[in-house]
Design a protein around this ligand. Structure first.
Ligand SMILES: Cc1cc2nc3c(=O)[nH]c(=O)nc-3n(C[C@H](O)[C@H](O)[C@H](O)COP(=O)(O)OP(=O)(O)OC[C@H]3O[C@@H](n4cnc5c(N)ncnc54)[C@H](O)[C@@H]3O)c2cc1C
Length: 456
């Protein structure tokens, strides 16, 4: 790529155009995932849709692949050359309180949406970590804190602005472009760069929620209690249970600091009286080290998971489970707990409810009937990715009697984004339809630095 090429591009965009060696190149390409990183030939720091259009046109004219990055939480296939469009400057949020919607731009994080909508008595359908990018999370489905009651975040999108492979800016709705609107919600980064979208909000001001922490030695009992308990729950309660090796850091409360713990997370759409009644059986599951369950404003709901806020290196994927019996919980507790060959963060999420129902406007997000999702994630400190993958594979193979074969796209990271894993994130017929639509909208597979859906 010549200097004059880059000068032409720089003249067409308002944001910075950076190449290796430029002062801001490293800062722009680095994100939350520190285990690997995009190494593009050029980065466009987009300030709006026109910049995105110019960057896509530039890439398409030279047959260069396009990567997109908002925060780097979901980095899968890193660019080795090509054009990286960085959306972090696109941070507009416009709330329509009466219509219970918000228009969010590509670089917005959930924290900002939560802060802007909660003063109106509304909540978005965000997930566990407030620093993840709201647009990509939603395009990937979006499995949130209130998921069993309200379904996937993608089910609540009504309008999308996208720059497609032809460098065309399109305003896409269920009425204007039913196929593309269907494919974008679930196909995530395969059909273009989404510059903004309208998301639905729900009328929620307070929830009952928080965490229960048990020692890892009680893992089999607590996981068993969780399995029985979740079979009785109303949709108003969304919960998960994790096994987490916590670091020995002063920010972590003393009873759980530096310990391997079992962490039950609860978000209940109801008051403390109803919440207390529902969680009582689980509180009795074992000796509790710490209990943070309480009524809270929705704006504080990030305290439920308390995901690590700082950038780090991690690798992980997930499998959907058809059920959780005693043998299944014993297998997870034994193989992914403190005795696992690599430190494992386990996240076992209770699904069902609205997640299993076809939404009013269907999308490519698979609304599986699976009752649980099992995720494994490991920090890569001093560990190579192959070792971690092998350790995770060992657990997933042992769990095979309970797996459905399905996966959730948002939790497939890094080199797990293989053709097989990506295909497993969709209903088979839907995957075929996606490949056909990809052939229409991106026949040259310009958008291939992602969990890729190849053109049919
Ligand atoms: C700590 C943590 C907690 C999480 N919790 C949840 C959770 O509770 N529920 C859940 O569903 N997911 C969760 N996720 C997964 C997360 O939603 C996905 O990884 C999501 O893709 C992250 O988006 P991002 O913009 O933050 O990351 P990025 O890495 O910037 O983007 C991820 C991918 O999305 C694509 N992309 C980004 N912006 C656009 C765009 N504007 N148009 C098209 N494609 C785009 C890019 O190809 C990129 O590779 C979590 C992830 C982490 C690390």
């Amino acid at each position: 790529m010549s200097d004059s090429d880059l000068e032409t591009l720089a003249a067409r965009v308002r944001g910075p155009v950076l190449r290796p060696g430029d002062d801001d190149y490293d800062g722009e390409r680095r994100g939350f995932q520190t285990g690997w990183c995009h190494e593009p030939t050029v980065i466009v720091g987009a300030t709006g849709a026109d910049d995105v259009r110019a960057a896509v046109a530039f890439a398409a004219a030279r047959d260069l692949p396009v990567a997109v990055q908002a925060t780097g939480h979901g980095l899968s296939v890193a660019a080795d050359g090509g054009v990286l469009i960085s959306t972090r400057r696109m941070t507009g949020v416009r709330v329509d309180a009466a219509g219970r919607t918000a228009w969010i731009e590509a670089g917005v994080r959930w924290r900002q949406v939560i802060d802007e909508v909660t003063p109106y008595g509304l909540a978005p359908l965000n997930g566990s970590a407030p620093d993840t990018g709201a647009v990509s999370y939603t395009l990937g489905g979006g499995l949130g804190l209130l998921a069993r009651r309200h379904g996937y975040a993608a089910d609540h999108v009504t309008e999308i602005d996208v720059v497609t492979a032809g460098a065309r800016q399109r305003h896409v709705t269920a009425e204007t472009d039913p196929d593309l609107f269907w494919a974008l919600r679930g196909g995530r980064d395969n059909f273009g760069v989404v510059t903004g979208m309208r998301i639905g909000l729900v009328p929620v001001t307070r929830i009952y929620g928080g965490g229960l922490f048990f020692p890892a030695e009680s893992a089999a009992e607590v996981l068993g209690a969780f399995a029985g308990w979740t079979r009785t729950l109303p949709e108003e309660l969304t919960a998960s249970v994790g096994m987490v090796p916590l670091p020995d850091l002063p920010v972590i409360p003393e009873p759980i600091r530096g310990r391997h713990v079992v962490h039950v997370r609860v978000a209940h759409l109801g008051d403390a009286v109803a919440g207390e009644r529902l969680v009582a059986p689980l509180r009795a599951a074992g000796p509790c080290l710490l209990d943070t369950l309480a009524e809270m404003p929705y704006a504080k709901s990030d305290s439920i998971y308390n995901d690590p806020p700082g950038p780090h290196a991690y690798s992980g994927t997930n499998v959907l489970l058809s059920g959780l019996d005693e043998a299944a919980v014993k297998t997870v507790a034994a193989l992914a707990g403190p005795d696992a060959p690599v430190p494992c963060v386990v996240d076992l999420r209770h699904l069902g409810g609205a997640l299993a129902r076809t939404p009013a406007v269907p999308s490519a997000v698979a609304h599986w009937d699976a009752p649980y999702l099992l995720r494994l994630l490991s920090p890569l400190d001093g560990l190579d990715r192959d070792t971690v993958r092998a350790a995770h594979r060992h657990v997933y193979e042992a769990m095979e009697p309970w797996t459905t074969g399905g996966r959730v796209l948002n939790f497939i990271y890094g080199d797990h984004a293989t053709a097989d894993e990506v295909r497993a994130a969709y209903e088979p017929g839907d995957h075929r339809r996606l490949t056909e639509l990809k052939a229409v909208h991106d026949p040259a597979n310009l958008f291939r630095l992602n969990p890729n859906i190849p053109p049919a």
